[in-house]
Ligand binder design. Structure first.
Ligand code: 15L
Length: 268
């Protein structure tokens, strides 16, 4: 059962892969789900309102945020790529979002960070939220900036943020790496709901993973959130191993947690 805590909840990036997943599920968390994206959102359904916005446009972001109780922020350039679009959506866009939240008194944000903030740790290491960032590219770097930005807005203005370092959220793990990084859609919703409803969130970094038996991440510093994953990648293991080649130990993508992101680019 989902606890309906919010009158008006904003979901950004609502036209994207995970946005579409949460668009359906988050209606249970609020009276009105406000949806935003730069891409087409289709027609609004009952219980929804549409607020399209380019994150690089401060005025549009301000209008998108006005009047909401909390924000689930997925809107971003979401893979490794050239610097300019990452700068506009993920860095300038992050600043616009937090400034709008400050002006409009929004006190809680759940933000889709990424495992690529720490992608240059080795797959043989286990890390928790106290380990320093080791971004594996411009995308991971922009999410690390975002995590710092949100910490500043918590320390200075008391805006609580959960930074979800999402692993790989798909219907099922696509490769051997994702046996460690997989986050089911239902667990994604459980995680977002826990972050929206926990009485005291503060500024928290949570690794977004299901209860996978092999993992590189330890969520002990986020226990107060109360996230309890109920799915596991294990039931996919045999099929994934059967259809994918054995790992090549000389490939950086099999050495480091970030996988292929560690050898993507440069773009100039
Ligand atoms: C991410 O941050 C990406 O948005 C997603 O497309 C996946 O590639 C995921 O990380 C991953 O690491 O599997």
């Amino acid at each position: 059962m989902t606890i309906k805590m919010h009158r008006r909840l904003l979901l950004t990036g609502a036209a994207g892969g995970l946005g579409r997943v949460l668009r359906e599920r988050l209606k249970a968390n609020c009276d009105i789900l406000r949806l935003s994206d730069i891409a087409d959102l289709g027609a609004g359904e009952p219980g929804e309102e549409l607020a399209p916005a380019d994150l690089a446009d401060a005025g549009a972001v301000d209008r998108m945020v006005a009047g909401v109780d909390a924000i689930v922020h997925l809107g971003a350039y979401s893979v490794e790529g050239p610097f300019q679009p990452i700068l506009q959506a993920n860095i300038i866009g992050a600043y616009h979002l937090y400034e709008a939240a400050r002006r409009h008194g929004v006190k809680r944000i759940v933000f889709a960070s990424s495992n690529h903030v720490t992608g240059f740790y080795r797959q043989s290491e286990t890390i928790d939220a106290s380990h320093p960032p080791r971004p594996d590219g411009l995308y991971g770097l922009s999410k690390a900036f975002w995590e710092d930005l949100s910490r500043f807005y918590f320390d200075r203005y008391g805006i609580e943020t959960a930074c979800l370092r999402i692993g790989s959220s798909y219907p099922e793990p696509k490769d051997r790496r994702m046996l460690a990084t997989w986050l089911s859609y239902d667990d994604l919703h459980r995680l977002v709901t826990a972050c929206l409803t926990t009485p005291v969130l503060g500024h928290t970094i949570v690794f977004g993973m299901s209860a996978n038996p092999v993992t590189w991440w330890d969520n002990r510093l986020a226990r107060h959130v109360g996230y309890q994953p109920q799915d596991s990648s294990e039931r996919f293991r045999d099929a994934v191993v059967a259809r994918t080649p054995p790992p090549d130990p000389s490939d950086p993508a099999t050495l480091y947690q970030g996988g292929v992101f560690v050898r993507t680019g440069p773009f100039e």
